[in-house]
Design a protein around this ligand. Sequence first.
Ligand SMILES: [Zn+2]
Ligand SMILES: [Zn+2]
Length: 392
Amino acid sequence: MWHWDQGRLEYFQFDALRQIASYVVKNDFKNGDRSILSHETGLMFAPMNYTPWRNYSRVLKLMLLVSEENNVAKATPVAFLLSNAGTVTCDEYLHFLLCAFTEPSPALANWKPNANFRYPLLFAIKYLLAKTATSDIPVASLDEIIGAYVDSKYIGGEGQEQFISAINSSKDYSSIGRAIPSELRRQAKESLKVISQISYLHIHSDKIIVSLNPADAYEIFDDLVPISGPRSTDRNAEIRRLASLFKGGSTLELDYPNTIIGAVIESGFREGNKIKKTHITIERNSGLRNQFFSANSTAICDICHLNTKKTYHWTERVLDIHHLLPLCSGTRVEGKNTTLNDLVPVCPNCHRAVHRYYDTWLDRNNRKDFISGSEAKSVYQEVKTQFSGLII
Ligand SMILES: [Zn+2]
Ligand SMILES: [Zn+2]
């Protein structure tokens, strides 16, 4: 089983990691001043009686942002890329990390350069993708994924057929997962929550929901390849080696042409044959819609306040869900593991109008995407104040 960190999920938030990256490219995190660190990142790095390095170096090393060199924390090429807003999306970064993360990990004390390496996060994502490609239920609980990893003994680089056969076995992976010693199980779950920031994943009640068309799931599966050796005996040198392999996501084509909502494509997000990496998120998936509407049983559009159940009384639900965070920003991960907070119910008209507004706003600001989740949220608020009311 794989180790991870100790329950500081807010520090693994993509927006937070970008703030930390901007700090480490200019300052030595190991010996730097705590007040500058807190000021520049907006994060506390508690408790105050320990240095941030003592408690947070693992976060930075797991996310390949720093390595130690001559007793200072040196920013990696990954940190430089992340510090430059808009250079890499959360999806590109996390897909790279899950191909690089191994058990054992050079970020952790259990490092061994010639172990039999396994890729637990790569396993997790491939398990989810294979399930999405082959079954009607693109959902897996965290325990199910952990149990399947333990039981299959897969490395993570296996092909689709092997994953499908693991999925189709009649084993009760959830109970195998639940039987893992609690501390390891907690760490594994938290690492899965971190990768759930990928745009097509949502986590709710300890379940990961995948919002992809099967064809896109197959395609992404085939693009994911474990990053291999030769490994360095020195943990920090190994972190530097891995970090140097990140080329800003250029090796991975992260388009989801079969999955994206039609209205969004019509609203100008298409560039030639390729969909621009913008705010487009995967909002069509019925599993996600069901999860959202069972937690919030509203029929009222967040923009125009139309009560769709009364207006269109012959149909159960016409509302779309709109994702408030940009693709570059990642889904919010929280200890309580609900990320449905980043979704709002909107009627199809308003939904299309929101995306048109984003388009115009980004063009006016010469951007391809929002630079943070809070920027995207404030532009959404702008749409709400600009709405003129229902004029008939
Ligand atoms: Zn509306
Ligand atoms: Zn939307």
